[in-house]
Design a protein around this ligand. Structure first.
Ligand code: GTQ
Length: 350
């Protein structure tokens, strides 16, 4: 095409776009390359937060606002590539929540599913539908969507945990509902420990007669550190580490054998001292925290040093390689289960 013909075409197209725009109509061919990309193009970037830094701000917030007044006293870890979205990946949220001795965070429920990974402190609780799960460091506690939950800290030390929620996923679907209970704490339904005893040992309650066994979608909501760490240690004793992820165990929903909640997958990893993984990409957006040890992670060539309780996000399709200086234990959650349900999940391993 000659230059003048091309100019003429461009002018006529520009004219067409101008006339269409007031009717909210746009030409696909101008944006197709950006919409349908050969590989994932996420706005999220790789970031690491030092626990000590966030903790300091959180404790200052603790002096200024009560858990009850805030409803949830949480500092959000926002991905700088997703500014203003309160998101750590396009589909997930992360925050650090503080409950001081004697405080409660009032009872509510919402469409968003949440996990709590206890970073610091002992003896606080999350009550799920009126049953308290008492926290120990590095326990995992779930509050799946629409379950009543309140938090409290009867201990004499501050308790801090990592909140992982699917807030951006539920927002993307415009499916969010929330309500407050008309009292600060849910009345007790079952004594603490009932949940683990009933569902946490490969067993479930059985009743005589013709009554159907009613199990909720996510019957188990407390996964203690002592148990998952022992399982990981046994695995590391008896097996070679996977070259891309080390020794890894996924937390399961015992009712389905699948991920812990409909929108969030969670797992733990152990990398032996001196171990270095091969490069791996996956479509999940994953959030990691360090439970034990030191090391580093290289994400698309950028290296982040890792110390205990640091939080790092590995966005979709960024190549990650982990190095353990001493035995490195990690907790991670991601949107993998959503991608698997949609038949989208992919990995690429070197
Ligand atoms: O504990 O219920 O970090 O509703 C954000 C929203 C925690 C909670 C968050 C929430 C909660």
């Amino acid at each position: 095409m000659s230059e003048s013909l091309a100019n003429d075409q461009n002018a006529q197209l520009a004219n067409l776009y101008d006339q269409m725009r007031p009717s909210h109509l746009y030409p696909l061919w101008e944006v197709l390359g950006a919409l349908v990309t050969p590989t994932p193009q996420t706005d999220a970037v790789a970031v690491r937060w030092s626990y000590a830094d966030v903790r300091e701000y959180l404790m200052r917030a603790g002096d200024l606002i009560s858990a009850e007044q805030a409803e949830r006293r949480v500092i959000i870890l926002e991905n700088p590539g997703l500014e203003g979205q309160s998101a750590i990946t396009p589909r997930l949220y992360a925050g650090l929540q503080l409950v001081l001795p004697g405080e409660i965070a009032p009872c509510h429920r919402h469409s968003q599913s949440a996990l709590r990974f206890i970073m610091e402190g002992d003896g606080a609780y999350t009550a799920v539908d009126g049953e308290k799960a008492f926290m120990k460091q590095y326990d995992l506690i779930l509050t799946p969507n629409w379950r009543w939950h309140d938090h409290g800290n009867p201990s004499d030390r501050p308790v801090i945990w990592l909140d992982g929620l699917d807030i951006p996923t539920i927002r993307a679907l415009d499916a969010q509902f929330a309500e407050r209970l008309d009292q600060p704490s849910h009345p007790e339904t079952f004594p603490a420990g009932t949940n683990r005893a009933s569902f946490g040992r490969g067993l479930r309650p059985l009743q005589a007669g013709s009554q159907r066994i009613e199990t909720v979608r996510e019957p188990l909501f407390h996964y203690p550190y002592a148990e998952w760490r022992a399982a990981l240690a046994a695995m590391a004793q008896s097996d070679r580490p996977d070259p891309h992820i080390g020794h890894a165990l996924e937390f399961l929903n015992p009712a389905t054998g699948g991920a812990v909640m409909p929108t969030i997958s969670a797992h733990v990893r152990l990398l032996p001292a001196g171990f270095e993984t091969r490069l791996r990409r996956s479509t999940e957006g994953a959030i990691f925290t360090v439970v034990e040890g030191r090391g580093e992670v290289e994400i698309d060539g950028e290296v982040f040093a890792l110390a205990e309780r640091d939080v790092v996000v590995v966005p979709s399709w960024k190549a990650a390689r982990w190095r353990a200086t001493d035995t490195l234990v990690l907790f991670a959650y991601s949107d993998r289960v959503v991608q698997e349900k949609l038949c989208l999940y992919r990995e690429s391993c070197e």
